[in-house]
Design a protein. Structure first.
Length: 140
């Protein structure tokens, strides 16, 4: 029974992935490939899609405008249980317009670019330490 449940979840995740891919979303293909490999190796997503979208939006809120809410960023990273979770978060963040303090667009950036822009090297090290402690194979 458990095995069939796992197979059903994998098929569902693959279906969602295939559907998203066929929709030709603007995604980084290397992230997509790594995400697919993670799923194939049995790393089932720890939360549903809406949860990841919520966290991607929280990260944007924590960084958009003046200042940075570092603790919100750390809290989201602590929710990631394995590499596939993090890759899915990156995918759901996608590419978002980053503005300077005067409201002018600096670029349309992925999560890595947003984090690098907002955090100093010590803060970025803290994010990466959280990920390394979870044996996540991707760092910013
Ligand atoms: Ca900011």
């Amino acid at each position: 029974m458990i095995a069939w449940g796992v197979i059903a979840v994998l098929l569902f995740v693959f279906y969602r992935w295939a559907k998203a891919k066929s929709a030709k979303l603007k995604l980084d293909s290397s992230i997509d490939e790594a995400l697919n490999e993670g799923i194939a190796s049995g790393e089932v997503l720890s939360y549903d899609e809406m949860q990841f979208i919520g966290w991607a939006n929280s990260l944007e809120s924590a960084m958009a405008g003046s200042g940075t809410d570092e603790s919100s960023i750390y809290n989201v990273m602590r929710k990631m249980q394995h590499t596939t979770d993090l890759l899915y978060l990156i995918k759901k963040f996608g590419h978002r317009d980053k503005k300077n303090l005067f409201g002018h667009k600096k670029g349309t950036w992925d999560l890595s670019q947003w984090l690098t822009d907002e955090l100093d090297s010590e803060e970025l090290d803290k994010v990466n330490k959280i990920l390394i402690d979870k044996s996540i194979r991707y760092q910013f």
